[in-house]
Write a protein that binds this ligand. Structure first.
Ligand code: FES
Length: 284
């Protein structure tokens, strides 16, 4: 009887449900949060300026906006640009198309973007929120043609397998962001602490907590073994797998915290660089 009720209910159409709770709240928050992040991310990347702040001081130290890190190339003469010695490959390349702003961010956003886009947690969240397939458990999905040839993640979404590759690059970004955090505790070569330093330190910490709980990393460090207790490596693998599993159970939490934090840190550096916010710090 109950299974018949279920079948009847599913055939009634999008968003129909017997649920009495606020099931729409979660997909609503996901739409709002991810859209906000995408809009801010593209806007910030497109600006190409005011991504660096060192209070006009030369020497070691300064704040680098996370959306612009690492700096592969730097365009000289741009307001709020980092000094040339922070560029990995030197001045801005000639081959860059004229119709695109000379933004270091546009060069490096793709990899972390793909990593997030293909994350198992985010997939669940945006499949539900943006494609309504279905929007929540026991809620009617968006209708689709019966013979549409939908192949799920074996068709168009084969692309999602890029996750296990971009995961390695994401690890590199964590190291880079920790270096940026270290840099932010210096100004003109002098050690100190500012609000920007705290924000730029929180960024790689949260990113590490998010990334190390990745399903692919959990498999890498704790999976593919027949016997944990048969060797020292097996024991170590068991421990790292347990740690990654602990983070994995909180993956959603760290996915959102790291997403929001990096946006706030980026915005903060930009506002300080533009002079709209005064950075509280110990340098005076
Ligand atoms: S599953 Fe989310 S980062 Fe890999």
């Amino acid at each position: 009887m109950s299974s018949n009720t279920s079948i009847d209910f599913h055939s009634k159409g999008f968003a129909t449900t017997l649920r009495k709770d606020k099931w729409w709240l979660y997909p609503g928050i996901v739409v709002f949060g991810l859209t906000g992040f995408l809009v801010y991310g593209f806007w910030s990347a497109w600006q190409a300026d005011f991504y660096w702040y060192s209070a006009g001081q030369e020497g070691f130290g300064g704040y680098l906006a996370p959306f612009y890190s690492p700096l592969l190339f730097i365009k000289e003469g741009v307001a709020g640009a980092a000094p040339m010695e922070h560029s990995l490959f030197g001045p801005w390349p000639e081959w860059w198309p004229q119709w695109l702003p000379p933004s270091p961010s546009l060069l490096i956003l793709a990899i972390p973007g793909i990593f997030r886009f293909t994350c198992y947690y985010y997939r669940k969240a945006y499949y539900r929120a943006f494609t309504g397939t279905p929007p929540a458990c026991a809620v009617g999905a968006l209708p689709r043609k019966r013979k549409s040839g939908y192949k799920g993640e074996t068709g168009l979404m084969l692309f999602q397998n890029a996750h296990r590759i971009t995961m390695y690059f994401a690890m590199i970004y964590i190291v880079v962001f920790f270096y940026d955090a270290y840099l932010s505790f210096f100004r003109g070569g002098e050690f100190g602490v500012g609000v920007g330093s705290i924000l730029l330190l929180g960024n790689p910490i949260l990113l590490a907590l998010y990334t190390l709980g990745c399903h692919s990393i959990r498999h890498l460090v704790g999976g593919s073994r027949d016997c944990y207790s048969c060797s020292m490596i097996g024991n170590a693998s068991h421990e790292t797998g347990k740690a990654s599993g602990w983070l994995n159970r909180r993956h959603e939490l760290f996915a959102w915290l790291s997403l929001i934090w990096i946006m706030i840190a980026d915005f903060y550096v930009r506002m300080v660089s533009m002079g709209y916010i005064t950075d509280l710090n110990t340098w005076g």
